[in-house]
Design a protein around this ligand. Structure first.
Ligand SMILES: [Zn+2]
Length: 404
């Protein structure tokens, strides 16, 4: 599909067999599994209802996606892809009223829509309703997730396309997501990031879950709710003193990148529930940075392995069977939160084990790298080999996501 995306909109239809829309108490509607699904399995692959593809910044094509639309009632001005979506959607609803329901059923906040048809049965296209739905449901995306993740560019430099995917819009937020999305042109690919039982709500993160400072504010300002997932609930219960002590130890970790057992012991005492139940995103970030530090500074294999394992555990992974000195057999009992750094963590582990001559462990890490690539990077694994070959030349590690 990646190769088709280079030629414009992708010629594939929506697939959504294992999921269905249901009511969720207190949250409106949500998407649920109607059968059990394995990690990596496709939950849905949805074609955008409206898609505005603009090229990267500075390209002459960019101007095609931009326009301006003024709503005289609300005094809101829409500039850019939102304005293009409104005219796209308007035309589509007039030309093809049979597709109207899937779009008009989307979340539209407090706006009260009028009747859908005239007295003679002809459809009424409510442009104010379209504007509200576009405003609440359209979002920016890369032309392909893979190119964004593997390039050296930061999200804001490359996300110039935007789309509306009505089925995906039913997915509610949780900081501990069980689904990840990737984009290939106008197709959104949603895959399970862990084994999901039947009748489970599908969730993903509307906001970077590792950015704990802005998360609640962003959710409230952009979508009008606060997250009550186990991570956010634990955060709410934790006193300022405990948070200050955690930050003290994390600052030491961030400045020394040393994996002292005593420090981790003290840090551990400052948390209630285990990380496999409530991920510790701030600990993950510190350990991820440390793993990267030891990779890039002096290729310290022991510390690369120790910190990648600690980073994965902080995300909620349960990993067994690794013996740092003498090999072992890698077993992942439970998968944790699907952050964009996952492929890099597995890649560092793979490189370190390979360098230590522990080829079975390196091969096991490669399988997890491939899974992470499928789920959070590319949406499909057909291109894994070419990108994996590039990683040997350091291209993959070149795009290290910068975190403060
Ligand atoms: Zn949360």
């Amino acid at each position: 599909m990646y190769r088709y995306a280079k030629l414009g909109p992708v010629d594939f239809a929506t697939y959504d067999t294992p999921v269905e829309v249901r009511q969720v108490e207190g949250k409106g509607r949500g998407l649920f599994t109607n059968k059990s699904v394995k990690c990596g399995e496709l939950l849905a692959c949805e074609k955008a209802f409206s898609y505005v593809c603009a090229s990267e910044k500075g390209s002459p094509d960019t101007s095609a996606a931009f326009g301006a639309l003024i709503n005289l009632t609300t005094n809101r001005v829409k500039i850019g892809t939102d304005a293009a979506h409104i005219s796209n959607v308007y035309q589509k609803l007039i030309d093809n009223p049979s597709r109207a329901h899937s779009f008009l059923d989307s979340y539209h906040g407090t706006y009260e829509p009028g009747p859908e048809t005239n007295e003679d049965g002809t459809p009424i296209v409510d442009s104010f309703l379209i504007e509200r739905i576009v405003s609440l449901n359209a979002f920016g995306c890369p032309v392909t997730s893979k190119d964004q993740e593997l390039s050296r560019k930061q999200a804001g430099e490359i996300s110039t396309s935007s789309g509306i995917w009505p089925l995906a819009a039913y997915i509610n937020h949780s900081c501990i997501a069980n689904c990840a999305r990737t984009f290939i042109g106008d197709m959104m690919i949603m895959r399970a990031t862990q084994d999901i039982p039947r009748n489970t709500e599908i969730t993903w993160c509307y906001h970077d879950p590792t950015n704990r400072v802005d998360l609640q504010k962003s959710l409230l300002e952009n979508w009008g709710f606060k997250c009550t997932c186990p991570v956010c609930t634990e955060e709410g219960f934790t006193g300022k003193d405990i948070k200050a002590q955690r930050n003290k130890y994390l600052a030491i970790l961030n400045s020394t990148h040393k994996a002292e057992d005593t420090l981790f012991g003290q840090l551990n005492q400052l948390y209630g529930p285990p990380a496999k139940e409530v991920p510790r995103f701030e600990v993950f970030l510190a350990c991820y940075k440390a793993a990267m530090y030891w990779l890039l500074s002096d290729f310290n294999l022991t510390l690369m392995l120790r910190f990648t394992k600690k980073a994965l555990e902080a995300l909620g992974f349960e990993i067994e069977g690794i013996n740092e000195s003498g090999g072992g057999k890698l077993v992942v009992r439970k998968r944790g939160a699907p952050v964009p750094e996952l492929p890099r963590l597995w890649q560092i582990s793979m490189m370190a084990w390979k360098a230590k001559g522990q080829f079975k462990l390196a091969e096991a890490a490669k399988k997890h790298l491939k899974m992470a690539y499928l789920v959070v990077v590319a949406g499909e694994d057909e291109t894994f080999k070419e990108d994996y070959d590039l990683t040997i030349k350091n291209a993959f590690l070149g795009g290290i996501r910068k975190k403060n």
